[in-house]
Design a protein around this ligand. Structure first.
Ligand SMILES: NC(=O)c1ccc[n+]([C@@H]2O[C@H](COP(=O)([O-])OP(=O)(O)OC[C@H]3O[C@@H](n4cnc5c(N)ncnc54)[C@H](O)[C@@H]3O)[C@@H](O)[C@H]2O)c1
Length: 306
């Protein structure tokens, strides 16, 4: 199958592209390299450097490539920056998505798979979040992801283009961009590699649901063949505090560091975890990699990179 992976030079998208290629699919990657890296692009993929916000360019790339499936990972991913500059976020995440879907419907593609958010989708509700809960995103980033889902639903209803929106929790693993704010594992790992003590924002009791990238890739593979259309949480239903992340990452890197605290980030969500029962039921998906195993894999990756 020919699959176009947007954001395929980025952290998650590059792992997804690798897996699709390994399964024998033909992969075309579209990425503007704003945070992605050329070195993450699988050499067996065709790479096109382009911005999804550039309507004419996307129109011509997609209409020439004519993929059967579009896996859409390209996005502006910084929640904090989306608050400072909502227009920038919306340009990539809403207009960029629309540029892709307008040409997708003309071809038409057989399916769209989307990287949505579970962490920034449900607002401040009791955890774990499940898909029956009302979406109440509290940031322009979360709003742009929800807007994209509503557009996918529109294209499904009107043009019969099926979609699977995978609402990830906090994804971590090799190649993660340490400059994104959800990447606590990568931020801590990079600090340690630079000989510094990672700084915990606030008192470290805030929790997140950490899902390992290979499990997320598994969901993207299952999404290729499912008949299910709609939104699915992809997480672990487990809450891990930032203090626990600090302890795990420092230990895995063989460092015995005192926890160091910085000022809390205003407005930050206190807890987050995703109920993945629907993904289990619809895709047969469940997370396989424990947090201990995942952090060990990340540490090994960093150590081997030196
Ligand atoms: N990392 C997480 O924990 C997480 C959680 C929920 C959802 N997501 C979503 O998963 C996707 C991938 O995130 P990631 O963590 O791999 O981040 P990333 O920054 O590593 O990947 C994003 C990729 O998109 C590219 N890109 C950004 N804007 C673009 C544009 N306008 N045109 C073309 N390419 C563009 C970047 O260069 C990069 O390669 C994003 O859609 C993100 O919102 C990530």
């Amino acid at each position: 199958m020919k699959i176009l992976v947007t954001g395929g030079a980025g952290f998650i998208g590059s792992h997804v592209a690798d897996a699709y290629i390994k399964l024998g699919h033909e992969v075309v990657i579209v990425d503007n390299l704003s945070t992605g890296k050329k070195e993450f692009v699988n050499p067996k993929a065709e790479f096109v450097e382009a911005d999804i916000a550039d309507r004419e360019t996307i129109q011509s790339i997609v209409s020439v490539q004519r993929p059967e499936v579009i896996n859409h990972h390209a996005a502006h991913i910084q929640v904090g920056h989306s608050v400072e500059d909502p227009q920038f976020d919306a340009t990539a995440n809403i207009l960029g998505t629309l540029n892709i879907m307008e040409v997708a419907r003309q071809i038409p593609v057989k399916k769209v798979i989307f990287a949505a958010t579970g962490g920034a989708m449900y607002g401040n509700k009791p955890t774990p979040f499940d898909e029956s809960m009302k979406e109440e995103p509290l940031s322009p980033y979360g709003i742009s992801k929800r807007a994209a889902e509503l557009y996918f639903n529109y294209y499904y209803e009107l043009y019969k283009i099926p979609y699977v929106s995978l609402r990830y929790s906090n994804v971590y693993g090799p190649r993660q961009n340490p400059h994104g704010e959800s990447g606590v594992v990568a931020i801590f790992a990079e600090a340690i590699m630079a000989g510094k003590t990672p700084v915990i924002n606030g008192d470290g009791t805030h929790t997140r649901d950490y899902v390992y990238v290979s499990d997320v890739v598994g969901a993207n593979v299952l999404a290729l063949t499912t008949d299910f259309v709609g939104e699915l949480n992809i997480g672990t239903k487990t809450e891990i505090s930032t203090n626990e992340v600090f302890d795990k990452v420092t230990t895995e890197f063989g460092k015995h560091l005192e926890r160091q605290y910085g000022s809390p980030r205003p407005g930050e969500q206190v807890t987050s975890s995703l109920d993945y029962s629907k993904a289990k039921q619809k895709l047969g998906w469940e997370p396989k990699v424990t947090f201990d195993e995942g952090v060990q894999l990340v540490a090994n990756w960093y150590k081997n990179r030196r």
